[in-house]
Ligand binder design. Structure first.
Ligand SMILES: Nc1nc2c(ncn2[C@@H]2O[C@H](COP(=O)(O)OP(=O)(O)OP(=O)(O)O)[C@@H](O)[C@H]2O)c(=O)[nH]1
Ligand SMILES: [Mg+2]
Length: 459
């Protein structure tokens, strides 16, 4: 194996999340040249069990100084390079109590391991060529995924979906760069450059990058979740809707208009998409000081949410006040107008002039129309259908892809201006370098530190 460019000590951390009294198993993980020696020092495996790679040993973690058994555990040894970090890795599978695993970790540290920094296992996996940067980032995203769909996207990244697409585009650019550079150096010996073909290829790559950048916005919403405000006049059933969607009696509901006085947020996952739903105070003119403060907050939520559910009471019909609220939704913000209390409508609503802009009819009381409401909301927010989206760049990758697209645009401008070839190649090289930074082929230590410090410890 080639000599690593970083000091190889042995690192250790708790690899599983531990809460007091929760979880039956917790894993202490070590990676580095001393991992096996430390394990042999601390672990007693009875009988004739063999210390083979990729084989589970049963035994006890023992404090070698006091001879005291700390835990009954399983031990898994994975010798280099067949491990996550491509170093020797040992995992102690301990009982999940907070106290026990802490003691085991302390033992491991006093036997010569160093406490791992956040993301350090993944960083080693990257530095040893086990993962490219996009896969390492996908691990972090998978761990922190708040919903099924966010997890699906992370898995796609982990499978190398991002790396393959970016690398393919980068190679296409490298091919064009080779053509151009050859002309810079050996123009007289080569057939003339087919300029339109080069231009077409650069433009095609630029467009592909542009599409990835656009899809990334949708991926971001899936990862981070949308903030959706439920707004409307008092008593239209906003709190009832929040309770229904969150399947809990989260908000106070009464028949008195002006019940909700403050914003109430609840996190939920609708159809695989994470959302923060915000219940707001009903908006109306009032002289009550407390209510007015609440209404100010409702207006702020209305103005700053990623999407708005505007609720109105079907039995009262669409009023001028509802119309006024609708006008306050900032342009471009996804809005869904929802008529509530559909269960109380005996007959179809009386025709109104102008006709109400109702888009979905529901009953927060009976649940009628709930599925349609969720579908329409997600559709309006542009997060359906997600199945068509194979990969989604994260913010860092997206910024770099956008920078690469801009460099290509500059390169194309140089081509159109019929500037000498070396003018094209400057920007083309910049684009190639940005793409290399996405996958980690061209990357600085500062970038690496930033990427890996976002990880949890033990990963
Ligand atoms: N029949 C019927 N009643 C409903 C429905 N949704 C809400 N209500 C009733 O309407 C009243 C007001 O409901 P809330 O959910 O408190 O309304 P709100 O919009 O949060 O009201 P404020 O907090 O005052 O702005 C309560 O008596 C609810 O039981 C519905 O779909 N059908
Ligand atoms: Mg309310």
């Amino acid at each position: 194996m080639s000599t690593p460019e970083f000091p190889v000590d042995t690192i250790a951390a708790l690899a599983t999340a531990v809460a007091p009294g929760e979880g039956s198993v917790a894993i202490v993980r070590l990676s580095g040249p001393k991992a096996e020696a430390i394990a042999r020092q601390l672990f007693q495996a009875p009988g004739d069990q063999v210390w083979d790679s990729h084989r589970v040993l049963y035994g006890h973690v023992v404090d070698p100084l006091r001879g005291e058994r700390m835990d009954e555990a399983l031990l898994l040894l994975m010798r280099a390079p067949r491990s996550f970090t491509r170093e020797d890795v040992v995992e102690f599978h301990c009982h999940g109590g907070l106290q026990v695993v802490r003691q085991v970790l302390e033992l491991v540290l006093s036997a010569g391991a160093r406490r791992a920094a956040a993301g350090e296992f993944s960083q080693r996996a990257f530095l040893n060529g086990r993962l490219d940067l996009t896969r390492a980032e996908a691990i972090c995203e998978l761990i922190t995924a708040r919903s099924r769909r966010a997890a699906q996207l992370a898995i796609a990244g982990l499978d190398g979906g991002i790396q393959r697409r970016i690398t393919a585009l980068r190679h296409r650019l490298l091919d064009q760069l080779a053509e151009l550079e050859a002309r810079v150096d050996f123009e007289d010996d080569l057939p003339p450059l087919e300029v339109p073909a080069v231009v077409a290829e650069l433009e095609a790559v630029r467009q592909a990058l542009q599409e990835l950048v656009q899809e990334a916005a949708q991926g971001q919403r899936l990862r981070e979740g949308l903030r959706v405000a439920i707004v409307g006049r008092p008593n239209v059933g906003k709190s009832s809707l929040l309770n229904r969607l969150s399947r809990r009696e989260r908000a106070i509901v009464t028949d008195l208009p002006g019940t909700t006085r403050d914003l109430l947020e609840t996190e939920l996952v609708l159809d695989g998409v994470p959302l923060t739903l915000i219940d707001t105070a009903g908006i109306r003119p009032t002289t009550d000081r407390v209510e007015r403060l609440g209404i100010d907050r409702s207006r702020q939520a209305l103005a700053s949410a990623d999407a708005v559910l505007l609720l109105y009471d079907l039995t009262a019909g669409w009023t001028a006040a509802d119309q006024e609220l609708r006008a306050q939704v900032p342009p471009g913000v996804p809005l869904l107008v929802v008529g509530n209390k559909g269960d109380q409508l005996q007959a179809p609503p009386l025709p109104q002039a102008p006709p109400p802009p109702q888009e979905v009819r529901i009953s927060a009381l009976t649940g009628e129309g709930e599925t349609e409401l969720v579908q329409r909301l997600l559709q309006r927010c542009g997060v359906l259908p997600v199945e068509g989206m194979a990969v989604a760049l994260n913010q860092r990758q997206r910024d770099l892809a956008a920078a690469a697209a801009a460099s290509l645009a500059a390169s194309l401008a140089a081509a159109q201006g019929a500037l000498p070839w070396d003018f094209w190649t400057i920007d083309l090289r910049a684009a190639i370098s940005s793409l290399g930074e996405i996958t980690g082929e061209e990357v600085t230590d500062a970038v690496l530190d930033r990427v890996f410090s976002r990880f949890c410890i033990g990963k």
